[in-house]
Design a protein around this ligand. Structure first.
Ligand code: SAH
Length: 330
């Protein structure tokens, strides 16, 4: 499975007869390029307020059937501090597109967290070059912004009033500013083709992404896609495995959405190319409210339990918990 062409990728995605070989080859490449260590990133979902209308997402502004919250800058820093005390070497801040968190407010949070001994990743959506620069100057190390799909028509259908070119602009600006950049796609969006998933993987390579998050689409009852079918777990896993085989030394999380569709989803992903897990480090009160899709895992758990649980699972498959910051390996 060396030097895969677009046609090879399409063939592998369509045909299930070589899945076992595909997953074990991705596991080999993972071991060779990034080793047996698993990086844990402490995830803080700090606001579920969002001005966007993404058709698939439960946080979309038209959803009135959701209890909205915002965590204060002081409390965000406090959660980060507790996570660092628990052993996390990276903090990930994620939210809807909430304009309360202006560049000024974000920079205050970033500086507070960067006083701790941790790398910092942001995942707060589309912003201007100036905002991204301010966040970088304040100390942010990485940024996650999934392209969701590279099929422009489908992208525009899924994101009313949004501009595909602006999403690309964000990724390019972030690279230019020296962030480690993460992107990724949803697998199983209505009318998404296998060919477009192959293009997604080639796009990740083309922009030289440092991190790739792949997850199955899960229909949310309070969205226009409520009657659609869920994405397929195995297909999402295959897109992830092919991404490992093609991009080799990048960081790839075993995503929470994978575990929502399969009770052992994250461990299966870790054995098919993934090397990162992002446990939630906020208290129970916010977890159910950050409902991008239904049946999210661990919504009744607390940070200590999540850490112990995932550590035990990782050790049970013979892997180690990394104690470094987990930047992309050269
Ligand atoms: N506002 C930020 C963070 C979005 S939430 C941003 O725009 O980047 C993080 C990811 O959750 C999204 O990028 C999307 O891929 C995923 N997501 C949203 N709704 C989903 C659903 N219904 N099923 C599966 N994943 C979903």
């Amino acid at each position: 499975m060396e030097n895969l062409t677009r046609d090879d990728i399409i063939e592998l995605l369509k045909d299930d007869s070589q899945n076992k070989e595909l997953f074990s080859y991705a596991d080999e490449i993972r071991k060779k390029y990034v080793g047996d260590e698993v990086h844990l990133r402490g995830l803080i979902e700090f606001s579920n307020i969002c001005k966007r209308e993404c058709l698939y997402c439960g946080l979309r502004c038209e959803n009135k059937n959701i209890d909205r919250y915002r965590i204060s800058p002081e409390d965000i820093i406090l959660y980060a501090q507790k996570a660092v005390e628990m052993g996390y070497k990276t903090i990930v801040l994620q939210s809807g597109e909430d304009s309360f968190y202006s560049a000024e407010v974000m920079c205050e949070i970033i500086k507070g967290i960067k006083k701790l001994d941790a790398a910092l990743t942001l995942s707060i959506g589309e912003r201007s070059f100036e905002d991204y620069k301010a966040f970088k100057d304040a100390g942010a190390d990485r940024y996650l912004i999934r392209i969701e799909t590279t099929d422009k028509k489908l992208y525009e259908k899924m994101h009313p009033h949004a501009d595909f070119e602006n999403r690309i602009r964000c990724l390019k600006d972030l690279k230019k500013l020296g962030y480690e950049v993460g992107t990724g796609c949803l697998v199983g969006l209505p009318n998404q083709t296998i060919e477009s998933l192959a293009n997604d993987i080639l796009f990740f390579k083309e922009i030289n992404a440092d991190m790739i998050g792949i997850g199955p689409f899960i229909p949310h009852p309070q969205t226009p896609l409520n009657d659609e079918q869920s994405g397929n777990f195995t297909l999402a896993l295959k897109v992830m495995a092919l991404t490992r085989i093609i991009l080799k030394n990048i960081n790839i999380p075993a995503t929470t959405a994978m575990e929502t569709l399969n009770p052992n989803g994250r461990i299966i992903a870790l054995q098919s190319g993934a090397n990162v897990v992002m446990p939630n480090v906020t208290t129970t009160e916010y977890r159910a409210k950050y409902e991008i899709y239904p049946n999210k895992i661990c919504i009744n758990e607390n940070p200590t339990k999540c850490r112990t649980c995932i550590e035990n699972k990782i050790k049970s498959i013979g892997r180690k918990i990394s104690t470094d910051y987990g930047f992309r390996k050269n």
